[in-house]
Ligand binder design. Structure first.
Ligand code: FHN
Length: 571
């Protein structure tokens, strides 16, 4: 056991310290449909079309006879992935539709036996990945299988009462996982997903089975029952502050994972680099998705984005690979940080001023550089704590990386302080939970889950150096009550909230007064309620407490609280 733990630790370090950035590939029979069925566009993500449109498996399986992606070229795909700066890739070997994208002896419903194409793309991609030093990993839907009579999820062809998950698990899952871990060389990770029905014993069995076949193969957090080797955050989930364990976020480039003709909601390369930098700053890995089409072509928007990310990483990779997360308790309003040894990398996502303020660095600074060019800075003598860096706004194209070379190992003051614009941000994820019997949890987008009770109480201590008048606002965020990944976000308001700031109480009702772009995650916008003004007349340490006097929970969401913000108005 100890030996096995060591092997896993080495594999985790390789993936989560050194590699940081991977590419997800969703490719299957659903790619032929591109999200359209009977002349209409299926809502949400395209690889769920079989379930969404309740397509009988007998009809759906005929898609296989149309699968002939003549343009597929494993070498070209992997070359692009390598050029993007990604260091690992995860390919769907079998998604929820139940179709194996490799030559399986267990089920004839596979790409070699059931399509005119007849080639094993997993074999071709695994060979190409090895040539390019990309860690090769596989996605396998171990719980949902809408083709197998005993797999989970298909209740339009099969009667769930008559299904026996164990039969599917024994006859399909275990033998197919064995094929995947036996016939394609070293597999870096196996990405299980949607553990909706699997019991703990089977999750455990599958983990042990994987490690028995390949001890260094990591098991994703979505195996079920928290038995994975690392945490998998929700789709497109970016936490608000550092999560101090190995974790990964799967990220879409538009909204769908599988190819979807009518999904034009592409993120720009700049947005994607911000996601990558924001995720790495919080200690995670970014797994960015591409959904090739029925002919084996990667959408041109994805190709352009990957090339642009690669150019950014060529220049700035030192601030990503091999780094550790932001050493401060919060991100700054200008962006995030990473560090290695005595170097701090500032990832500047936005700046309105011509300078950046960094508070709380205890070390003296030797030099500040952008692209190895020294730039001007001042460091106040008092505890070295305020560092101001002069920046030229024209350098704002992409997250700009500023490198601080400090004297000695980085040491920081982790108190919550005012930002450069004198505002104070109090994130739910770093609050003290002051309620003994709390049922609250912080979810993968940094908001409270389960704030339904009125005895919940969160609090923070923070420091004010620039006293004055502040506008107090509360930021909430949407969530998915039923846990269905393929539905839109919901939100609940109408809660009566009291926030006590430096001994002054403000009460109000949570409404969507302002909708604001969430700077680190376009999928989860912020809804802001203004609560009023407070005066903090003197510098010093203060407290904020927040409680709900009444919570509306008709949709079972409750108060999805993300942060309280004190915006500086005047002195
Ligand atoms: O249901 C799947 C979905 O199709 C896609 O594969 C994503 C990727 O993270 N995982 C599930 C939803 O969370």
């Amino acid at each position: 056991m100890e030996h096995q733990n060591k092997i896993i630790k080495t594999a985790l370090d390789d993936l989560f310290i050194e590699r940081k950035f991977g590419i997800f590939i969703h490719w299957g029979l659903y790619s032929i449909l591109g999200g359209r069925w009977n002349g209409k566009t299926t809502p949400y993500i395209s690889e769920w079309i079989m379930l969404r449109e309740q397509i009988p498996f007998k009809e759906y399986q005929t898609l296989a006879s149309r699968f002939n992606p003549q343009d597929f070229d494993a070498e070209k795909w992997v070359e692009l992935i390598a050029r993007s700066g990604a260091k690992y890739m995860v390919v769907t070997a079998k998604h929820h539709e139940g179709f194996a994208m490799y030559h399986s002896k267990v089920s004839k419903y596979n790409i070699v036996d059931a399509t005119p194409f007849g080639r094993d793309i997993i074999k071709e991609l695994s060979d190409a990945a090895r040539r390019h030093n990309i860690k090769f990993c596989l996605y396998y839907s171990h719980d949902q299988d809408w083709y197998d009579p005993n797999g989970f999820g298909n209740n339009w062809d099969y009667d769930p009462q008559k299904q026996d998950f164990n039969v599917y698990f024994e006859r399909k899952v275990l033998p197919q996982v064995e094929e995947l871990l036996t016939n394609y060389g070293e597999i870096g990770m196996i990405w299980f997903d949607t553990p909706f029905s699997i019991d703990k014993a089977n999750s455990r069995r599958l983990v042990d089975f994987v490690h028995g076949l390949q001890p260094a193969c990591l098991v994703s957090g979505r195996i079920g029952h928290d038995l994975g080797d690392f945490a998998e955050l929700c789709d497109n989930g970016v936490p608000s502050t550092v999560v101090d364990t190995e974790w990964e976020t799967p990220l879409t480039m538009n909204d769908s994972w599988g190819y979807k003709i009518d999904d034009a909601n592409w993120k720009s390369a700049q947005t994607l680099v911000r996601y990558l930098s924001g995720i790495v700053g919080k200690g995670g890995n970014c797994l960015l998705n591409i959904g090739p089409d029925k002919d084996g072509n990667i959408p041109v928007q994805s190709i352009d984005n990957l090339n642009a990310i690669g150019r950014w990483l060529d220049k700035n990779g030192k601030a990503i690979y091999g780094t550790s997360h932001n050493p401060f308790s919060l991100d700054y309003n200008w962006g995030t940080l990473t560090c290695r040894d005595n170097r701090l990398y500032l990832h500047i996502h936005n700046f309105d001023d011509n300078k950046i303020v960094l508070k709380g660095l205890k070390n003296r600074v030797n030099a500040v550089t952008v692209d190895d060019r020294p730039i001007g800075f001042t460091q106040s003598d008092k505890n070295n704590e305020v560092l101001e860096i002069a920046l030229n706004r024209s350098e704002q194209d992409f997250p700009l990386i500023v490198c601080i070379e400090a004297q000695g190992d980085i040491e920081v003051d982790n108190a919550i302080m005012q930002q450069g614009d004198n505002s104070v941000v109090l994130e739910a994820s770093v609050a003290a939970n002051l309620c003994e019997k709390s049922r609250l949890a912080i979810n993968h987008i940094g908001a409270t889950d389960n704030w339904i009770d009125t005895d919940e109480l969160l609090g923070w201590k923070f420091r004010i150096d620039e006293p004055g008048t502040f506008d107090v606002s509360i930021v909430t965020i949407g969530a998915r009550a039923d846990g269905d990944p393929a539905t839109p976000l919901e939100w609940e308001g109408g809660h009566q909230i009291t926030i006590n700031v430096a001994d002054k109480s403000l009460s109000g009702t949570i409404v969507k007064q302002v909708e604001k772009n969430n700077p680190t995650n376009s999928h989860f916008p912020f809804y802001i309620t203004n609560m009023g003004k407070v005066q903090i007349p003197r510098a010093g340490e203060y407290e904020v407490k927040i409680k709900a006097d009444n919570v509306v929970a008709e949709k079972r969401l409750g108060f999805t609280f993300r942060s309280a913000v004190l915006s500086f108005v005047s002195q």
